[in-house]
Design a binder for this molecule. Structure first.
Ligand code: AMP
Ligand code: MG
Length: 314
């Protein structure tokens, strides 16, 4: 189907992607249409192996080292585009750079390998909304707009890939994810500039940081220390002291109104549950969702990045 220019939702360890043959401009156009995605926002290109990556992007020693360590995995590089590789211009939104990643899912890597072409794939959700970590999220958001969904269970990482820009003198982190900036610094022995907080509303020269993103329909109230009447709770860690304003305790909440990202306070577990729990709590249509504080360290920074943008969008 991809070879015929159709689009397909594909499982990856980060979130479900909406894929098209990256060398087919019409097919890539279908992604932008299905998502309602602004055409200035470039797509990440997924490869089955490093040889395919080296054909479409100009690798440097830092990229080689990072790929050797983290691929296949949740880390995307921004590198100079090889303009002779046949990548459709709408993939990169006309930029001379390209975002490239090798996903961990064997199923998806095999599909790319059999297609024999790199696959452009943003997250398989309507533009600006919550990312899908299960096939049913894709059905709910885009079911009537896409040709096929390849199912592969729940996305294990559950957050979009870390994006690192390797086109300048100093590497720059554009999006926080499972692979942290600290881990990258330790590996490459060079400091990494943090550009994850640079928020833009419109056409960016270095896109990747739209302020409004990951929007649930329900309002989010971050860093909650108690629960308002009627609110749902997205907890993290112990809720022993969590009370309901005006009387009551978290244990009095209806089962549908309480979810815990990680009862043991494990940030990786919290990241993997974030979008699926937000999807579930969004469906009960409470007046708002109270979200407990998440430590802003390690993967917690990626979780807080998504939560902040979601809260600003809802
Ligand atoms: P998603 O829709 O979750 O797949 O997001 C892909 C992200 O990668 C977006 O934030 C894009 O702006 C970013 N991105 C893709 N290609 C490039 C590029 N060449 N330069 C900068 N950011 C990019
Ligand atoms: Mg997305």
């Amino acid at each position: 189907m991809l070879a015929d220019g159709q689009i397909a939702a594909l499982p990856t360890e980060t979130v479900y992607g909406l894929g098209a043959d990256a060398t087919n401009k019409n097919a890539v156009d279908k992604i932008f249409k299905a998502k309602g995605r602004p055409d200035f926002n470039p797509l990440i290109v997924h490869v089955s192996d490093i040889q395919m990556a080296r054909k479409i992007a100009e690798f440097n020693p830092t990229a080689e080292l990072l790929a050797q360590t983290y691929w296949p995995g949740p880390l995307t590089f921004i590198l100079p585009l090889n303009i002779n590789a046949g990548i459709a211009p709408n993939v990169t939104a006309g930029l001379k750079t390209i975002g490239v990643r090798m996903p961990a899912s064997d199923v998806t890597r095999n599909i790319i390998k059999h297609l024999g072409q790199p696959v452009a794939a943003p997250s398989a959700n309507a533009s600006g909304r919550l990312s899908p970590t299960k096939p049913e999220h894709v059905v709910a958001s885009l079911g009537d707009k896409i040709d096929v969904i390849v199912t592969g269970g729940k996305s294990a990482v559950g957050l979009e890939s870390t994006i690192i820009d390797l086109t300048g003198d100093q590497p720059a982190l554009l999006r926080a994810g499972f692979v942290t900036g600290d881990a990258i610094e330790r590996l490459i022995g060079q400091s990494v500039q943090d550009n994850t907080k640079q928020k833009t509303e419109d056409a960016p020269t270095a896109p990747g940081q739209l302020l409004k993103h990951y929007a649930p329909k329900t309002k989010l109230r971050l860093n909650a220390v108690d629960i308002e009447k009627g609110e749902a709770l997205l907890a993290f860690g112990s809720v022993k002291f969590m009370g309901i304003k005006g009387g009551g305790h978290v244990r009095d909440l209806p089962i549908s109104h309480y979810m815990n990202l990680s009862e043991t306070g494990d940030l990786a577990e919290g990241a993997s549950n974030l979008f699926s729990m937000l999807h579930a709590l969004d469906q009960i249509k409470a007046p708002s969702i109270a979200v407990m504080n998440i430590p802003d360290t390690g993967i917690g920074r990626a979780i807080n990045d998504r939560l902040t943008r979601a809260a600003e969008s809802a």
